[in-house]
Design a protein around this ligand. Structure first.
Ligand code: SKM
Length: 500
């Protein structure tokens, strides 16, 4: 169950949001009385409540992340009044729970908050809270390391008293999504993603529409993306939609894993229920240390974007490489044709970083004549030396004749949508132009190429394809490609252009 926290200053807005949420299917709300401006009227809030949606009454002090402006005495009075009104649940912080006796039908949530860290003695803390006559124990602590999520989730799983444990901050987001798998009676979400009441909280809509939270249970398999930062990743949208469409009991979670926490995270992964991961910046190279096997192509590319947990093995793959080659071969002829339609093609690769490397490797394998232009010439030279390509100065990119241009730089990516790595006049009708940037889909380079009658491949195509191949490695089932493309396009949304 998802409990949606409502924090509004006016009674009528609280009641309207409560009503709206109940209509959206919410079964539980938390009314945050500390957000109310002026005198709180619990009776009015309760009288107007919709049917079938349980209520938690909470009045949080400032030191616990709340807004309560009044005295502690007045706050406790309000909590007692809520109990007298017979609300479903009342939230009592562990240091005051002993002062407020159980009464009537109201259940007691005994809570603990720590905005600095997830304490080392989590279990002792939980044991102390168990002594305070709780119906539910709630712990909300800051995650400073991904390992905090595992400690919180496993503690919750082992608890005999229903426990809602959440790690705050974006490192802690997985603990919110996986709460149901680890036995939490409910987890908290916010009314709107821009109005979070605690760091790292997701909205009711995100929890239901992206993560299908209500379907997550003890047997749900976990997949995810590891990155730092991770908030921009659209992989959760795409993979969760595919799991749902195929009726697969799995959830795909965004894991923010700082570089120095990677090895431990990989050790923890199976305890979190993880069977497969997408790997992106900054872990594509470093993850090699945590793998037991790699796909042969990965050895030359020296970058992994997929890790599969297969019994004792952790196997690394690179689906970016296959995705890019499939996109290019499809545009030029046939995927996997021998010889490849890329054979002998003069290809200009822009950029020499992590995106370029698998593409240059694939082009080399297929016999293309590759020229690499990077804004840092030594990088271009290093990549060129590794794959028998030619490196040129960035300024020289508009000289020479090419049949294919591949942009592997971030030039043109949101918000710099009016930038292009190539001058429009350099683009010729016979060229194939491939932009790996996917946000926006129609980059300036792609628009220029279309206006010059070039064939084009967008970053959306490549992203969907790498995700499709990943989905197959995860599940051994064909990915619903069209659905994944639609979901990705919807998640990117229309790009707004403002008149100059
Ligand atoms: O290679 C992909 C990776 O699989 C997922 C991803 C993302 O979620 O942003 C980006 C690319 O690196």
């Amino acid at each position: 169950m998802i409990c949606v926290a409502i924090g509004r200053s006016r009674h009528k807005h609280i009641m309207a949001e409560h009503q709206h949420l109940a209509e959206q299917g919410a079964k539980m709300v938390e009314l945050r009385l500390d957000y109310v401006a002026g005198k709180v009227n619990i009776r009015r809030l309760m009288a107007g409540r919709p049917e079938g949606c349980q209520v938690i009454i909470t009045c949080r002090r400032k030191e616990d992340g709340g807004k309560w402006p009044g005295s502690e005495e007045a706050r406790l009075l309000l909590l007692r009044e809520a109990i007298a009104e017979g609300v479903d649940y009342v939230d009592l912080e562990e240091d005051v729970a002993g002062q407020i006796p159980r009464f009537g039908r109201t259940k007691r949530i005994v809570s603990y908050h720590n905005f600095r860290k997830t304490p080392d003695d989590l279990r002792e803390l939980h044991a102390r809270m168990s002594e305070l006559n709780p119906d539910v124990i709630k712990l909300a602590t800051m995650a400073n390391d991904p390992h905090d999520n595992l400690r919180m989730l496993e503690m919750m799983q082992e608890s005999e008293i229903p426990t809602v444990g959440m790690c705050m901050g974006d490192i802690g987001t997985p603990s919110r999504i996986l709460a149901g798998k680890f036995g939490a009676p409910f987890t908290y979400a916010t009314f709107h993603h821009e109005r979070t009441l605690a760091p790292g909280q997701l909205s009711f809509k995100q929890m239901t529409e992206i993560y299908n939270y209500e379907r997550i249970g003890p047997n749900t398999t976990v997949y995810g993306v590891i990155a730092d930062p991770v908030g921009h990743s659209l992989s959760p949208h795409v993979h969760n939609a595919a799991f749902q469409a195929l009726g697969i009991d799995a959830v795909y979670v965004p894991f923010r894993v700082p570089a120095d926490a990677l090895s431990r995270f990989m050790e923890d992964a199976t305890r979190l229920g993880i069977r497969g991961l997408s790997v992106t910046i900054p872990h594509k190279e470093q993850i090699a240390r945590s793998l037991t096997k790699v796909d042969p192509a990965v050895k030359s590319i020296a970058a992994v974007n997929t890790a599969i947990f297969d019994g004792p093995e952790i196997v690394g793959y690179n689906t970016d490489y296959n995705a890019a080659m499939d996109c290019l071969e499809m545009a030029l002829g046939e995927i996997g044709a021998d010889p490849s339609p890329l054979k002998g093609k003069r290809v200009l690769v822009l950029g020499a970083g992590g995106v370029a490397r698998p593409i240059v490797f694939g082009l080399r394998k297929r016999g293309a004549a590759i020229t690499i232009a990077s804004r840092t010439l030594p990088r271009a030279e290093r990549l060129a030396n590794a794959f028998e390509a030619k490196a040129i100065d960035w300024e020289a990119r508009h000289r020479g004749t090419y049949e294919v241009i591949v942009n592997c730089t971030p030039i043109g990516m949101h918000p710099n949508v009016d930038e292009s790595p190539i001058q429009k006049t350099f683009l010729k009708p016979a060229m194939l132009v491939f932009d790996t940037v996917y946000n926006p889909e129609s980059t300036l380079l792609i628009k220029d190429a279309r206006s010059r009658n070039c064939a084009t491949i967008t970053g959306v195509e490549m992203f969907v394809r790498q995700a499709q191949l990943q989905f197959f490695l995860f599940t051994r089932q064909e990915a619903p490609a069209e659905l994944m493309r639609d979901v990705l396009k919807r998640a990117i949304g229309p790009v707004k252009f403002f008149p100059p």
